[in-house]
Design a protein around this ligand. Sequence first.
Ligand code: FE2
Length: 216
Amino acid sequence: MNAITKNRPIKGGEPIRHDKASDVTQLPSPRYIGHLSFLTNDNFEAMKVFYRNLVNAEMVNEVPGLLYFPSFDGEHHRFAIIKVPSLKPKSASTERTVGLNHVAFSFASLADVLFVYKHMKALGHVPTYCCNHGTTTSFYYQDPDANEAEIFVDNFDHSPEVVNYKLTTQFLSGFGEMSEGNFDPGKMVALFEAGMSDTMLRDRVEVRRLVKEGKL
Ligand SMILES: [Fe+2]
């Protein structure tokens, strides 16, 4: 067991129960989402590096050049990155298609997200866009195979507050306003490091005001 899996317990990771058939009388929910599996080809090594760095994951085991299983907590693997040499890359077309839109990783503070932003930037990965959705402050990336990956922090400290905002406020002015919360991540880092509070920088009203003033 490596340092990652040893030191990071999983929420909902209580031991497996030995239920009898008669114990399960209602449709169960999963404990949590277990892992993401990516089929890749030429970008196998780049995909490994990208996800290892985006979420500070550590390799649990691998078949070199073929299979890679990293984890960011006590789960046995959070990703399965699988090289299939016969596979074509995703279409280079910019036309969007149906399918999985993105995967999103929830961080514990704005400082965490901004640290990851700077870390990824140093590796040559910058977000395609950043947005305050009211509920979350989200940074969107394209991985080396052009899948979208989001990192975010909730804009309220407690989950019920986020749920309440989503229910009552997020789309009050319609869905089309969502991109109005787009901001410049470099400017956010500068404001944060100059002392602006994370609470203000996660407040959608304040973010929109700062964007309008050209400060964010
Ligand atoms: Fe999302």
